[in-house]
Design a protein around this ligand. Structure first.
Ligand SMILES: [Zn+2]
Length: 495
């Protein structure tokens, strides 16, 4: 079946780069694009004109929001309450529990995946969502998530998050990682079982990958085994590291080596490795970019850095810098990590932070950022058929409206979108040719009830921080309101 879509602006791909086609058309047959340009005169079974919209390749989010929200809680703590956001020693040893039942976890995932879809993301690799679990993620949970993902129609790169250690706040108030290697080994087994499950499923929209948690929560054994399995099965590995200056100290204590030394010695550098977030490397430092330095190591080993500009920014971090990583030959792709899963806002923040750090108005070019959200993601996944609109490519397509009065004037449509807008202007998406978002909605999903359920689950998630806090503080103490609550206020001017 042939579907033809058209719009005022279409971003095609000419084999080397994205190109802008005015009054453009995209035609796909089943999952595959057969035509991009103007004046198509072949067969058409279904046709839709999106008017004053921009048609772009579906966005690729490789550190994708996978819970309801966490940043709204933990990105702004005072030093006083920050330690209370971690597990206490006592919770780790005696009181660990799953905050949610399996059915509730599935609902959390549905909420997150619906958000991703509505923000124009067509391909995603979820973040680990383990703080509310008794340890990390399990096989059943990810099997459930794959089911939800297939129902909604996104392209998912999935696997349960596993770890052998957890960050805890000790009774003395220090931050440490406490280990339970048996749990780590069991988690890795689940991860392998999920690879089998995904292979048996034989659904092109579900790919099994290895998603260990942050590097300082892995034993050396778990890193080594991850690398071995990844090579044996040609599976992608995504490993959070190079994101906190604490990592090296913790790893020197637990494994006697630094992050980069461990990536080398455990064989992880020999895998198809994705690393969020890379923010501890300062590429302005000549040693970082020199031969044998961190940038050189990342580039030589074909590592992809998953840059999450909006989230990093909100945790007071940034990549230093996007341009220098790129120039060093490191593949850059993007992630959302937290709410809002809005890569348009992410690109906006990322571009402008790059300009600030490089002190040049032409640094952090929009084209380079947009490439990261599309072509860079495809490179990281080893999928040259994603992230671009051209004949023979997958029909993963996002349609963004520029028709609203509030969008302002259109100059260059991508510049208008990124400078004036957000990903919430997405009206329609297709994944492998199947309509996923239609007129701003997800057919078959009742977003009103999903929102109400999401709010309820979030309230429980927030309340559960108290039982993990070493001082058992009230949620309102751990997350103080912007302004104090009140029942009644005195008339203005009277005190
Ligand atoms: Zn992350």
């Amino acid at each position: 079946m042939y579907t033809k879509i058209s719009a005022r602006y279409v971003l095609g791909f000419d084999g080397k780069q994205h190109t802008l086609i005015e009054h453009g058309e995209v035609v796909f047959e089943g999952a595959v694009i057969v035509f991009v340009g103007r004046g198509y005169d072949g067969p058409v079974d279904e046709e839709r004109d999106y008017g004053k919209s921009l048609v772009i390749p579906g966005l690729i989010d490789l550190d994708a929001l996978a819970d309801i929200d966490h940043l709204i809680l933990d990105s702004w703590p005072s030093p006083e309450v920050a330690a209370g956001h971690l597990w206490s020693e006592n919770y780790f040893a005696n009181n660990r529990r799953d905050v949610f039942s399996p059915a509730e976890r599935a609902k959390v995932r549905e909420f997150a995946l619906a958000q991703l879809a509505l923000h124009g993301i067509t391909t995603y690799m979820p973040i680990g969502s383990e703080i509310h679990s008794s340890w990390a993620e399990g096989l059943d949970e990810l099997v459930d998530m794959a089911r939800t993902s297939r129902r909604i129609g996104l392209r998912g790169y999935l696997g349960p998050a596993y770890r052998s250690g957890v960050h805890v706040t000790t009774a003395a108030g220090d931050r440490e990682v406490h280990f339970d290697e048996a749990r780590g080994v069991a988690g890795l087994q689940d991860a392998q079982d999920f690879l089998d499950f995904a292979a048996d499923l034989a659904d092109p929209l579900i790919t099994g990958v290895l998603l260990p948690c942050r590097i300082e929560t892995l034993s050396e054994n778990l890193m080594r085994e991850t690398a071995r399995i990844a090579r044996e099965r040609d599976a992608l590995v995504r490993l959070h590291c190079l994101q906190s200056p604490l990592e090296d100290g913790l790893l020197l204590r637990s494994a006697g080596r630094s992050v980069l030394e461990l990536l080398e010695s455990t064989g992880l550098f020999g895998t198809r490795l994705l690393i969020p977030h890379g923010v501890v490397i300062d590429a302005r430092n000549p040693a970082a970019a020199a031969a044998g330095g961190p940038l050189d190591l990342l580039a030589r080993h074909g590592v992809s850095i998953v840059h999450c500009p909006l989230t990093s920014f909100r945790y007071q971090k940034q990549l230093v810098s996007f341009d220098r990583f790129r120039e060093a030959g490191v593949n850059l792709c993007l992630g959302t990590d937290s709410f809002p899963p809005d890569l348009v806002r992410g690109i906006d923040v990322g571009m402008h932070l790059t300009r600030l750090v490089e002190e040049r108005p032409d640094a952090g070019a929009l084209a380079d950022y947009f490439d990261a959200a599309t072509l860079g993601g495809a490179t990281a996944l080893g999928r040259p058929d994603l992230g671009r609109l051209a004949p023979g490519m997958q029909a993963d397509i996002t349609v963004v409206s520029l028709a609203g009065f509030a969008d302002g004037v259109v100059e260059d449509p991508l510049r208008t979108l990124v400078l004036n807008g957000t990903a919430r202007q997405v009206t329609d998406t297709f994944v492998a040719g199947r309509a996923v978002v239609v007129d701003g909605a997800l057919p078959g999903l009742d977003l009103e009830s999903l929102r109400a359920e999401g709010q309820q689950l979030f309230d429980r998630m927030r309340a559960a921080y108290s039982e993990r806090d070493s001082r058992r503080r009230d949620p309102d103490e751990l997350f103080p309101p912007t302004y104090p609550p009140a029942d009644i206020v005195a008339p203005a001017g009277v005190s």
